[in-house]
Design a protein around this ligand. Structure first.
Ligand code: M6R
Length: 365
C-alpha cells in the first residue's frame, strides 16, 4: 500500500531517511568511522579511469558521482548517457572501471552499454536497486542500493540511495589511492551518517514547499533550475522531475551558463529555482541570482540558514535546509526538488505515479 500517503511517490519521498540509512549502514563501520565496500573481483585501487553510464535520473546520480570522484579520489572520470555512449564507438583502454547505475537493472540502453564495456576490457560495476536484474547479473560486481521497491515512475529514493553508494565508493577509493587520510575519511563518512536525520528535517518543510509549488510553479509555463558544481546535476534533476510528472516545461542549467543564452528567457513569468548550499561556489551562484533578479526573474532559493540570510532580500522565497558538509549536500538537496515537482503535479491534477507516455523500466531502445 501507500502507507497513508496519497501516492507512491509521496510514500517513497518520505521513506528516504530510512533507506538512505539502510544503504549506508551496509558499508559504514561506526567504531572506526570507515567505509568498507563488498569484496570486488578486480583491484579497484589500480583502475586508471572511470566511465559512468546510465539514463535519466540515474545518469544524474552519476554526474554527481563524477564531481565527487574527481575532487575527493582524484581519479579521472568520464560520464555519458547510455543511449549516446553505445553508439559513439568510445575508445577504452583495458582495465578501466565502468560504472552502470540503474534502479530497475533492465534499462535497454544501459544494458547495451554494459555489454560494450565488457567486450572492451572494462571492469563492470553496477549500482542497482533490483538485485536479480539483467544488469546486476551481467556485471562483474554489484553495489546494491537498499531502497526497496520503487513503484512511482518518478525516481526518488532510488536516486538518493544511488548517491549514497557513489559517496561510499568515492570515500573508499580515495582512501585506497591515498588521496585522503583517515581523518578525512572519518569526517566525510560521519557527514554521511548525519544525512538520514537531516533528510527527516527537510521533510518537515513539506507544507512550505507545497505553498511555493502552488503559488509559483503551477501557474508557470516554463521553469528554470540553476545550480553549480555538484548542485548542477540537481538542477537537471529538478527540471526532469517537473517535466515528467507535472508536464510543465523546465530546463536545468549550470548557473554560469545563464549569460551564454538562457538569461534571455527571464521575465516575471518564468520562475527560477536556485539550488545553492553554502559551499566554495556559493558567491558565484549568488551573483547569478542577482543577474536574474535584475531582469525581473522570480527566484526561489534552496540553501541553508547562512545562504538564505544572504539571498533573502533578492529572492521571492527561500527555504533554509539544515546546514551540512558540502560533500553530502547533493543527497539532501535532492529531496526538496522532488517535493516541489510532486506538489506541483498534485496541484495540476496529473497522474503522479503513472505519468503519460512513460514506463517505469525502459526496456526498449
Ligand atoms: O531503471 P533505471 O534507473 O535504469 O531508469 C532510468 C530512467 O529511465 C529513470 O531514472 C527515469 O529517468 C525516471 N523516470 C526519472 O524520474
Amino acid at each position: 500500500g501507500k502507507g497513508g500517503h496519497r501516492h507512491f511517490m509521496a510514500k517513497e519521498i518520505f521513506e528516504q531517511p530510512q533507506v538512505i540509512g539502510d544503504t549506508l549502514n551496509a558499508m559504514f563501520n561506526p567504531a572506526a568511522r570507515t567505509i568498507t565496500l563488498p569484496a570486488l573481483p578486480f583491484d579497484l585501487a589500480a583502475v586508471p579511469r572511470i566511465t559512468m553510464i546510465a539514463c535519466g535520473t540515474a545518469s544524474l546520480a552519476g554526474m554527481v558521482g563524477r564531481y565527487w570522484l574527481e575532487r575527493v579520489a582524484r581519479v579521472p572520470v568520464d560520464w555519458d548517457l547510455a543511449s549516446e555512449f553505445r553508439y559513439r564507438a568510445p575508445v577504452m583502454a583495458d582495465g578501466g572501471l565502468a560504472v552502470f547505475i540503474s534502479q530497475s537493472g533492465e534499462t535497454a540502453d544501459t544494458l547495451a552499454a554494459l555489454r560494450y564495456c565488457k567486450a572492451h576490457g572494462q571492469h563492470c560495476l553496477s549500482i542497482v536497486n533490483a538485485p536479480e536484474s539483467t544488469i546486476a547479473r551481467e556485471s562483474h560486481a554489484v553495489l546494491p542500493t537498499l531502497a526497496g521497491p520503487e513503484i512511482g515512475v518518478a525516481s526518488t529514493k532510488a536516486f538518493t540511495t544511488q548517491l549514497v553508494v557513489l559517496a561510499c565508493l568515492t570515500i573508499a577509493l580515495a582512501k585506497m589511492r591515498g588521496a585522503i587520510d583517515h581523518e578525512t575519511e572519518a569526517r566525510l563518512s560521519s557527514a554521511l551518517t548525519e544525512v538520514p536525520a537531516r533528510a527527516a528535517e527537510v521533510l518537515n518543510h513539506d507544507e512550505r514547499i507545497r505553498a511555493i509549488a502552488q503559488s509559483m510553479l503551477t501557474p508557470a509555463r516554463d521553469v528554470l533550475y540553476l545550480g553549480r558544481g555538484s548542485s548542477y546535476p540537481l538542477a537537471l534533476e529538478g527540471a526532469l522531475k517537473l517535466k515528467e510528472i507535472s508536464y510543465i516545461h523546465a530546463e536545468g542549467y549550470a548557473a554560469g551558463e545563464m549569460k551564454h543564452g538562457p538569461i534571455a528567457l527571464i521575465d516575471e513569468s518564468v520562475p527560477v529555482v536556485v539550488i545553492a548550499p553554502s559551499d566554495p561556489l556559493f558567491d558565484k551562484t549568488a551573483s547569478n541570482v542577482q543577474e536574474v533578479v535584475a531582469r525581473g526573474g522570480k527566484v526561489v532559493v534552496f540553501s541553508d540558514p547562512e545562504g538564505v540570510a544572504r539571498l533573502r532580500d533578492l529572492a521571492l522565497d527561500a527555504i533554509a535546509l539544515p546546514a551540512v558538509d558540502p560533500f553530502v549536500a547533493p543527497i539532501l538537496y535532492a529531496i526538496p526538488v522532488q517535493q516541489l515537482a510532486y506538489h506541483t503535479a498534485v496541484d495540476k491534477g496529473t497522474d503522479v505515479d503513472q505519468p503519460r507516455n512513460l514506463a517505469k523500466a525502459v526496456t526498449v531502445e
